[in-house]
Ligand binder design. Sequence first.
Ligand code: PMV
Length: 361
Amino acid sequence: MLSEVLLVSAPGKVILHGEHAVVHGKVALAVALNLRTFLRLQPHSSGKVDLSLPNIGIKRSWDVARLQLLDTSFLAPEALSPTCVCLFACETEQGDVTAPTPEQVEKLKEVAGLPDDCAVTKRLAVLTFLYLYLSIFRKQRWTKEDLELINKWAFQGERVIHGNPSGVDNAVSTWGGALRYQQGKIASLKRPPALQILLTNTRVPRSTKALVAGVRNRLLKFPEIVAPLLTSIDAISLECERVLGEMGEAPALEQYHVLEELIDMNQHHLNALGVGHASLDQLCQVTRAHGLHSKLTGAGGGGCGITLLKPGLEQPEVEATKQALTSCGFDCWETSVGAPGVSVHSATSLESRVRQALDGL
Ligand code: PMV
């Protein structure tokens, strides 16, 4: 049982190149962002599990006793022990990572007790939490094996959310840095440049599952047309990897221009795959008017886009671009790539940092 408050964090990520193609066995390049999600775990003895996700407006509570009534095949045996009435309920053997079955997901929907009109993103977040809560045991010191286990569980969480993920998202948030990912094989890019980017959320909701299925259908319908697009995206990822590898600590502007060309070509390919959206076109046009190049990142169909910031760009110009994007109703963050992966923080040091930040306001 947890004896103290535990704070952990994991980085957000973007896919530089290779989204969708990676589902079909091609290469993806993904980077961790210096924008992190924090999770605070606090034990208590109320016999309840409380979940609070303030960013998406979720506050739920479940009786541990009720969760224990779930079919025992769903849970590791330790989860049924009353001694495990804490935020993490059960211990599984290292590597004993199980995929969520449709029956389990149905049961979780019953237990979650969410209202019928609950937004899909909120529903999926709660189901993923419950699935992982009922399946995982916490350890504080993370070895390589622990990280591999975290990565495997995060992958199962992704499966709750969109069925058939490639595995690139959970890998980059676990390991951090910049990764080349292909069919489960991960290689870290050596000394990638600390690219500055804008991450823009168009706030247009989309279903990754539906978009991935759409690309698959287009591939089946027009194999001669779509397969070469995927091969070309693969080549873009490899070329991007090569250029990033050559950039080193003092990248030349010419290398940034190559990255921009790759961004433009990939954005057109993704449109041809059917995962574009008017909001993403708008994002590209707005940033183009400021001399910057953008592409969608992730599933597309709305969602997020990235914009490469070149060295030497004056801060007022960056601010003007952010302002123009915000005026379109988008959310925009300036950040850098290559952040550390999932990390455990000492609660006291983090809380004192938060207090310092608040004092400074
Ligand atoms: O939209 P996101 O951040 O979930 O990224 C999806 C990336 C895809 O390549 C479209 C799917 C996948 O599982 O790799």
